[in-house]
Design a protein around this ligand. Structure first.
Ligand code: AP5
Length: 228
């Protein structure tokens, strides 16, 4: 199973990726997580991309595409499939992804589009808290941790992402609308788009996705709004 997760920042891609990872036993590859790890480790790449990520701008196509190409060509743990979270984000990235996969006689099976509205996104992102140790996601209101400031899973410290402030969020949304939204059409034309109402609460979205896919990863066409 090879999936692409599409949708605006804060739509819940990362949250649902954790479910799909277990459901299908496939790798979760998040370009945002990879880039933040580079920044945390202060690598050469991390220093180069910091200004893009912290302002909410897109990191140049060639940089992220190279990361994905390496991961899909040489990376471990993708024999059962993968789910790309946050990539592709531009038409160029989408076309380059297809080229990378064709070289390995592969292609994307489905693109899941998490459709969400502006007010919901802003509420979710301003309240998001992330575990510094295990990366688990929480929300100050929607999913508060049992103990304030500490992760329910590993007790790690919870922090707020530097790009989760209102000004940067608005910039990320504007960039999403200009650069990423058009690629929804790209997957729609290929008959691979699955749309979910991501404004609903996380359990609803989760059960919708579980209904849409059978255990073996096959699509249940009666239960999905699939556009071709
Ligand atoms: P990235 O990390 O990919 O950020 P994003 O796309 O902005 O998405 P988010 O991680 O913010 O949101 P999400 O949809 O995963 O929501 P989540 O599940 O966390 O990218 C960051 C930056 O890296 C970019 O700005 C760019 O600079 C760079 N970058 C990355 N990829 C790139 C690329 N391909 N090209 C160029 N640059 C790239 O949920 C959010 C919150 O809401 C959480 O608190 C959660 O608990 C809560 N929540 C989730 N779902 C629900 C629900 N259904 N109901 C209630 N609460 C919910």
């Amino acid at each position: 199973m090879k999936l692409v997760l599409l949708g605006p920042p804060g739509a819940g891609k990362g949250t649902q990726a954790n479910l799909l990872k277990e459901l299908f036993d496939i790798a979760h590859i998040s370009t945002g997580d990879i880039l933040r790890e580079e920044m945390k480790n202060q690598t050469l790449l991390g220093k180069e991309i910091k200004k893009f990520v912290e302002s909410g701008a897109l990191v140049p196509d060639e940089v992220v595409t190279k990361i994905i190409e390496n991961r899909l060509t040489h990376g471990a743990g993708i024999s059962k499939g993968f789910m790309l979270d946050g990539f592709p984000r531009t038409r160029t990235q989408a076309e380059d992804l297809d080229k990378i996969l064709i070289t390995n006689k592969n292609s994307i099976d489905y693109a899941i589009y998490f459709k969400s509205t502006l007010s919901v996104i802003i509420q979710r992102l301003t309240g998001r808290r992330v575990c510094r140790k295990c990366g688990a996601l929480f929300h100050a209101v929607n999913k508060p941790p049992k103990k304030p400031g500490a992760c329910d899973i590993c007790s790690g410290e919870l922090y707020q992402r530097s790009d989760d402030n209102e000004e940067t969020i608005k910039n990320r949304i504007a960039i999403y609308e200009k650069s990423t939204q058009p690629i929804i059409e790209y997957y729609k034309k290929q008959g691979k788009l699955i749309k979910v109402d991501a404004d609903k609460d996380a359990d609803f979205v989760k059960s919708h996705l579980m209904e849409v896919f059978n255990k073996d990863g096959k699509l249940d066409t009666d239960k999905v709004e699939r556009r071709s």
